[in-house]
Design a protein around this ligand. Structure first.
Ligand code: ADP
Ligand code: MG
Length: 181
């Protein structure tokens, strides 16, 4: 097999036609691969302060305006055990008791958000953890000056997103998602 044909086969393209047009086919294949974006699912959660302050509509509007797709939603109140599991990585930190008490202080609203690169896009939209690092236009910057009571949570990585969505939505987190089709 020629070098060009080998290269095409390695890319999973089984071209049986003329070698003359193989370079352009390879080019198109590379272009399509470069354009390929992975649809991700992430968890955005309006924390008890956001629900208490009636910020739900404003937060959801920002997500929808940006073109992110909300494919599942749930309002519930965390009990202590759920909050401990959800924030397990913070167990042992001096602020952990205050975080648990805040997160169990009222209902939260969990949104499953889908889009290409949803995880980083939603993290960017909510803004930084530390108040002084938050850029104007982010949800946390615009609605909170506090470190703990910061209105929203969003998953920080693909592993966190899957774990958190499964915790909040159980099996249904994989079955919804066709709402906008
Ligand atoms: P993020 O929510 O931006 O991912 P972290 O995972 O570091 O931030 O922390 C989880 C939550 O714990 C924060 O959103 C905030 O409510 C609270 N928190 C984090 N660090 C502190 C701290 N040093 N003091 C008090 N509360 C904190
Ligand atoms: Mg975090």
């Amino acid at each position: 097999m020629s070098e060009k044909r080998c290269a095409a086969t390695r890319k999973g393209y089984n071209w049986k036609g003329s070698e003359a047009i193989l370079p352009s086919i390879l080019h198109e294949q590379l272009f399509l691969e470069a354009m390929e974006v992975t649809t991700e699912r992430t968890l955005l959660m309006v924390k008890p302060d956001g629900v208490r302050r009636s910020l739900l509509g404003l937060i959801i509007a920002r997500i929808e305006q940006k073109g992110l797709v909300i494919s599942n939603m749930r309002m519930f109140r965390m009990d202590d055990a759920f909050a401990r599991t959800f924030y397990a990585e913070h167990d042992g930190r001096d602020y952990f008791p205050a975080l648990l008490s805040f997160m169990t202080s009222g209902p939260v609203v969990a949104l499953q958000v889908e889009s290409p690169n949803a995880i980083v896009l939603v993290r960017t939209a909510i803004g930084a953890t530390r108040p002084e690092d938050r850029l104007p236009g982010t949800i946390r910057a615009d609605f909170s000056t506090q470190l703990t009571e910061n209105v929203v949570h969003a998953s920080a990585s693909p592993t966190d997103a899957e774990r958190e969505l499964a915790l909040v939505f159980g099996d249904s987190h994989t079955t919804l998602g066709a709402v906008h089709e």
